[in-house]
Ligand binder design. Structure first.
Ligand SMILES: *Cc1c(COP(=O)(O)O)cnc(C)c1O
Length: 387
């Protein structure tokens, strides 16, 4: 369905088109220099030792949990307020995903709730959906930097170390974000960025692993390429692998987009600032930014509607006016598939309470002031008429 003012829109310029065209004319469409260049540039940008480009953010997270040794009977803890892939990668490995409730302001995992969960697991008193969660089998904590804001990494990493849990950074929404002056991605064993067309920069489909550990990248390179060993033959496979390779057209687009990343992030911050100003003195609450966030990498612009509002009717009203909005996020544990695993309402009350009120508004680099004014006035009108 076409919206006059869509939720997101990729920002593709002439140089992006030229970069992809030149790959097409080179006839080297996969396993070539562009993927290597993209990896080198992303690693430099985030201050990582190495990077491994793959065909989606989900693939990046999957390889990371495999490298962390997550397997059948293990547990992975993550946020219930995230995109489903953060939790699903545990199920890919026959491990069970469990959740840690979020804190009200940033909507990231509440570190106190994480500590509480670890203490209960250590006492053998953590029972979730019929699984007794043994702390020794709680292998991975998947931290999420939701909407482009880092979670509180310092105390998180300390807890992970204390309880011998491998931390992974699902930074798929947060490329370029800074936590206390450091770019996100390399906290813990490794991190992932994603480049689907609604993200800050895109490769079409695509993702990348970053790490400060060369061994992590070495394993990821082998696993994305059917488990081939370094320097071994094309039909020689030393471990279980996948075809998670990024192609050269995508990588060329990524290199070209990455050149503009800082400009794009500044632009998105400006768009967010304009929305924030338009919502002043209205019942609509903009997103909270924590003091430790020294740079926000705006992914989506999510507001909180007043409590008790009928959000579905608001979404419909906006859609009839040609404006696309979406309820970011429905809690992962309340998705139909997760209910089948034994999850139900009431298990993560803060996430549940807030996710009833959150709404993503149209947000892209080239949205105009006029379009933003229309979004805000239509939303306020909807609240009065159908809220
Ligand atoms: C976008 C995203 C991913 C990965 O998405 P892909 O569509 O597989 O590239 C993972 N986690 C979060 C939190 C995301 O927003």
């Amino acid at each position: 369905m076409g919206f006059r003012i869509p939720l997101s829109r990729p920002d593709i310029d002439g140089n992006d088109v030229k970069a992809v065209e030149s790959v097409l004319r080179s006839s080297m469409l996969s396993i070539g220099p562009k993927v290597e260049e993209f990896e080198k540039r992303v690693a430099e940008y985030v201050g990582a030792e190495c990077a491994v480009a793959v065909n989606s953010g989900t693939s990046a997270l999957h390889l990371l949990v495999k490298i962390a040794g997550l397997g059948p009977g293990d547990f992975l803890a993550t946020s219930p307020f995230t995109f489903i892939a953060s939790a699903n990668v545990a199920l890919f490995e026959r491990a069970f995903p469990i959740f840690v409730d979020i804190e009200e302001k940033t909507l990231n995992v509440d570190v106190e709730a994480l500590e509480d969960l670890l203490i209960r697991a250590k006492k053998g008193k953590l029972d979730i959906c019929g699984h007794n969660v043994d702390v020794d089998r709680l292998k991975v904590f998947m931290g999420v930097d939701v909407f482009g804001q880092p979670m509180d990494w310092d105390p998180t990493l300390k807890l992970c170390e204390e309880y011998d849990v491998t931390a992974i950074d699902d930074s798929c929404e947060a490329i370029g974000a800074e936590y206390k002056g450091c770019r996100v991605g390399t906290f813990g064993m490794g991190g992932a960025f994603a480049f689907y067309p609604n993200k800050q920069i895109t490769t079409g489909e695509g993702g990348i692993i970053v790490s400060s550990d060369l061994e992590v990248c070495k394993l990821a390179k082998s696993m994305r390429n059917q488990g081939r060993g370094e320097g071994d033959g094309w039909l020689y496979h030393v471990r279980l692998g996948y075809n998670y390779r990024m192609d050269e057209m995508s990588a060329a687009l990524g290199v070209s987009q990455l050149e503009r990343l800082d400009t794009i992030l500044d632009r998105r911050a400006e768009v967010a600032r304009r929305y924030n100003a338009l919502f002043e003195n209205t019942p609509v609450e903009p997103h909270h930014i924590a003091p430790y966030t020294t740079r926000m990498s705006w992914f989506v612009y999510v507001v909180r509607l007043p409590e008790g509002i009928n959000r579905d009717r608001i979404v419909d009203y906006m859609a009839k006016k040609g404006i696309q909005t979406r309820n970011y996020f429905t809690c992962v544990h309340l998705q139909p598939f997760y209910r089948q695993l034994g999850y139900s309402e009431g298990m993560y009350p803060t996430a549940e309470k807030i996710s009833k009120r959150t709404l993503a508004l149209p947000f892209y680099n080239r949205i105009t002031q006029k379009e933003q004014e229309e979004v805000v006035s239509t939303l306020l009108e909807a609240l009065e008429r159908v809220g």
